[in-house]
Design a protein. Sequence first.
Lengths: 251, 284
Amino acid sequence: MTALPFSRQELLITTIARLLQGCRLVATGASSPIPGAGALLARAQSGGHMRVNVLGSVRNDFLCDGGVELFDLAGQGRLDAFFLGGGQIDGEANINLVGAGGVYPQTDVRWPGSFGSGYLYYLVPRVILFREEHSRRVLVPKVDFISSAGPKNDGTYRPGGPIGLLTNLCWFAFDRDKRRFRLESVHPGHSVEEVRDHTGFDFDCPASVAATAAPDADILTLLRTRIAREIAETYPRFVAQVFPDLAAAGD
Amino acid sequence: MTKELGPNLIGQVPLQDLDRLAAQIPHGAKIAVPPDYSGVAMALTRAMIRRSLRDLHVVCVPISGLQVDMLAGAGCIGTVETSAITLGEYGTAHRFQAALRAKQFRMMDATCPAVHAAIQAAGKGLPFMPLRGLLGTDLLKNRPDWQVIDNPFEKHNDPIVLLPAIKPDFAVFHAPFADRNGNVFIGRRRELVAMAHASTASLVTVEEIRDVDLLASEESAAGTLTAAYIGGIAEVPRGAWPLKLWDIYEYDEAHLKLYGEMARTAEGFARYCDEFVHDRKAAE
């Protein structure tokens, strides 16, 4: 296979930026360098129409009413998009950030905890589920603990929810009516069979699945210069690893 | 430091050394603590471990890391109420996880805005606060203290979660400075204000005490926690070490890496405590 002119992370970042088009206000949470870079790229492409709040940043954090303000923004309906991950994610888009195996709270594996997911997932209209690892241990038939539940269409107050799930292999769109994922695109260099082999839940799969759109040269240049510099403030180690040229140039 | 106000007071607030401040916290106390980036009273935490405090109920507003890992490793904790415990880039919170597996404390998993809302309820003197979300989660299922009611203001069925107020005995944190009257500068860290309002008293360590009056101008008053909430202050330079304090100093990466390695095992953690908690010269 010939080498692609972009890295795995660059494809994820540019895909995220595309998924955020049209948003007015986007926030990213803890340990989220790729979503953070994707949001900053989307902002750069928005012509001044998007605000981005990167948790842990000083220059790209405009909140000044304490830790609760982000959640209040979501409650008010002002926060258009957010990112959630999970130690486990199942086919109905339930996510688990607490632990697996054993009997809660003495789970065999313990993850940090649910953070803001038990609330933001219900209130933010465009939640992007993001988990780089695409494996059967992560994408499971049923999560062991529900940190936050997928939409149930049961009439309860639920303006928010997932639009889909982005992994190292593909982008699944979430069909809220059917409460199922649909394989929307497979990343260049990967196949539908590979996605099937590594996914533990059932999903809808059209006869022909598109390749995830590759970034063009202009976007890659923007990403490798301005956006890499912007995200480096919050995630210097990530930038040193993914954009070594920028790091070497002393930026 | 102001001298004319008496040796042990700034304004009406007791000015104490670190160990006297820690001595205000009894076994079983409920304490509210901020996240790692907001100003954690780590020197005071080490003093608490030296006092062998037991059965603390630690409310993380809304998450914690090194502080809870150390208190858990030292056997100080009876209950952890939090939305997450993470050491971030410095690896897994091994002491917290080991103590949890060994059932050494009660675990109350929450979600960030639930902790904030319950703290705000106490700050307003309210018995509870409603919160959206949470329906259908195992968080809700495992929190018998949370209730679901039908929104009484809505004609159709609209279930909503009620959270009982969290009323800590103490808010415990570290800030850059206090003024001559015991007012504490908290900048934009409004979660510290919410914690202080909810708690019976706040025990605060500061980098320094300055001979100024924070309430004298609108600019500084807007970033101030007023002295009426403060139960004691200690002047402790680098009191958040090895964590960061805002933009004043950064994480001590080398030390956190060392902690992450040593705290993998109970024995390693005990050696860490010998060197950096019990031997104060090494730590402060």
